[in-house]
Every structure is written in C-alpha cells, then in structure tokens.
Design a protein around this ligand. Structure first.
Ligand code: SF4
Length: 362
C-alpha cells in the first residue's frame, strides 16, 4: 500500500525569469530598486526602461508571444485603480494586489480572460502606497465581516486574486513585507493568500502575529498535467505543514474541483494526503475552501489558445450557464453534478479531515 506521508521536501521550484524589466517610475521606489537588486543578485539580467510602458518585441507567432511574456517579470508601479480596493467574494472583504500575473501554466487558470494583453508578470514597486491604503478599509468589510460564521476573522484581505504571490517571493520580498505589516497591525484583521508553490522558508521566521492565513491550493496529483510549472502537491502540503508549525493559521484551497472520471478516489486520496501532512500539528487552525471548475467564454478562448493540447473539459454544452452579478456569463457544472460534488466533499472533508472548517463552497 502506498504511504500517505508527505514526500521529503526537495528544493521548491523557484522561478527564474528570462528577463526582468524595471520602469522609470518603479525605480523611484526603494522596494522597486530592492526587487531589481534581488534579481540581479540571482544573475538575472535587469533592463532599465526609459519610460513606464512595458512592451516586448512583437511576435507573429501567438505561442511564442505567450511564452516570452510568461518568462518576463516587469517591476512597475501599481496603477491608482489598484489603490482602491475591491471586495472579493467569497474569499475576503478586500482584495490587495502585490503583483499581477503568474509564471505557472495551469490550463484552467482563472487569470486568463481577466488580464489584458500578453501574460507578463508585473510586480508592484510602490508597496508603501499599497500598505498605506489598508487602514481605510478596517471595519468596512462586506463579505467575510458580514458572515455569521466568519466575522471573527476580522477585516480580511486576499493577496492571491491576480497572482500567486509565493511564486514571486524570492524575487520580490513583497509577501514577507505584507505579512510583517499585518503582524504589526494590532487590529482585527487577517491577510490571506493561497499558493500552488512551496518555497515558504522566508516566511517561517516572520513576526506574523497569527494574522496571516496561508492556504495551499491543491488538486489530486493525478491532475498534475493541468498545473504546469507549479510545485508538486506533496511539496505544497509539506510547505503548509511548515507554516502551521511556525504558528500560522493554514488552509486548503481545493481548486478547481474537476469532475473528471474517478474524481471521488482522486480527491479522497488528496484529503488523506493532506490529513497525513498536517497530522500532529499543535493548535492546528485549519480551514477548507472548495471551488468548482468554471470558465467564461473569454477565458475558454484564451486558455484554448495558450494550452491547445490540454484535455481539460471546457465544453459549454456539458455545463450550466450562469449570469454573474456583472451581467457576464460563466459555465459551471450542471446542478446534478454540483449537488453530487458538494455532498461528497462536505461528507468526506468532515470524515477524512475533521480538523478542517469549511469556509465556503462555490
Ligand atoms: S498557479 Fe494559479 S495563478 Fe498561476 S497559472 Fe496556476 S492557476 Fe494561474
């Protein structure tokens, strides 16, 4: 019988961009210059742009344009629109963005269709401006703060909406700075981030004050083909264990839940693997967030062009069409599939991972 114990941690995958660009405005910020120095220190060539526009040489081949963009880190300043925080249901009261874009290649990536232009990863240099707006949102939450079950979390801020912040941390240091900021913020607040990466070492010794919840974003190892460029699930779970041992509240983001043949066994094994990885943690504070696979007409088109060989099912005729509150269309599993998935997950999470509190199903 296969062991459920997490495999020993190997060195987590660290993204090494082919090129780093830094804009003139980003160079005005100490954090921007520090990011450029980190990259240069890793032997990555950093190009100083004379202005603030980030453009790559035009590629006729769409695949090549995608690949070049995915291998580019741009250090820029967050536009003023990013300094006006938006609610982010059902995860958190507010969305706080440290970057936009991600170097991984998930064939369901929720960023497809929401990022404009080629998928360059942009890290924000004006971190002090981002931190400065946060107090204005204290006590203003309309998502978790209004939930009977979750209001004890305080005003919540989600940092993984437009990026995987851990994937960039060795190049930016932004996530550690944000965790320390929340650690020092003596108020009912919670920073949240989720990741498909495992390089948590820079965070283990931080004064986090219990105000940051890390979640590992996981899917069964059998679905690894849908998650190109990420760390293995066993490594993500081992990283989550290290964070829990360092006193962080932790969680699982099971996302996206994919109802492919054999899903019950695959997700059952995943939950068992998570239970084994987190077994014996003192004072474990564990949550679970359950997010089913969905797509929009726009994200489908982008993902089909980025990952033409993927066998991930994205057929509108196999799905139920739903209107978002913004009037756009998304395709989710039909009601009967959704009901079966939900029933199974609520039963099996309670049975296999009784320490976990389910925060939401969507
Ligand atoms: S790790 Fe997350 S953000 Fe990055 S490509 Fe995968 S789904 Fe997208």
């Amino acid at each position: 019988m296969a062991s459920l114990a997490p495999s020993p941690a190997r060195t987590a995958r660290l993204w090494r961009p082919k090129r780093v660009l830094i804009t003139a405005a980003a160079r005005e910020w100490a954090h921007g210059r520090a990011m450029a120095e980190r990259c240069a220190g890793l032997g990555i060539e950093v190009t100083e742009l004379s202005g603030n526009q980030v453009r790559l040489p035009k590629q006729e081949d769409e695949r090549k344009a995608y690949a070049e963009a995915k291998r580019t880190l741009a250090i820029v300043t967050a536009p003023s629109s990013k300094l006006k925080l938006q609610p982010i249901a059902p995860s958190a009261d507010w969305r706080v963005d440290l970057a936009e874009g991600c170097p991984a290649h998930c064939s369901y990536c929720y960023l497809a269709g929401s990022l404009g232009g080629p998928p360059i990863t942009r890290a924000y240099a004006n971190l002090p401006e981002i931190l400065a707006v946060l107090p204005g949102y204290l006590g203003q939450g309309r998502i978790t703060s209004r939930s009977k079950a979750r209001s004890h979390e305080g005003t919540t801020f989600e940092a993984s909406c437009y990026t995987d912040p851990l994937a960039l941390e060795h190049l930016t240091g932004s996530l550690s700075a944000l965790i320390e900021h929340f650690g020092q913020w003596d108020a009912p607040v919670q920073l949240r981030f989720t990741s498909k990466f495992a390089a948590v070492e820079p965070m283990l010794g931080l004064e986090h004050g219990g105000r940051t919840r890390m979640r590992a974003s996981v899917n069964p190892p059998a679905y690894a083909r849908f998650e190109g460029g990420t760390d293995r699930v066993a490594e993500r779970l081992a990283a989550l264990r290290r964070m829990a041992d360092a006193g962080y509240p932790v969680g699982l983001t099971v996302a996206p839940i994919i109802a492919a043949a054999g899903w019950q066994e695959a997700y059952g094994d995943l939950l068992d693997q998570a239970a084994a990885a987190l077994g014996g943690v003192a004072n474990l504070d564990l949550t679970a967030e359950l997010i089913t696979h969905r797509f929009t007409p726009g994200s489908r088109e982008v993902l089909r062009s980025w990952y033409p060989g993927s066998d991930l099912e994205m057929e509108p005729e196999l799905r139920a069409e739903k209107r978002t509150k913004f009037g756009s269309t998304k395709f989710v599993y039909p009601p009967e599939v959704m009901a079966e998935l939900k029933g199974w997950f609520f039963t099996e999470v309670e049975r296999r991972l009784p320490a976990a509190r389910i925060l939401y199903w969507t």
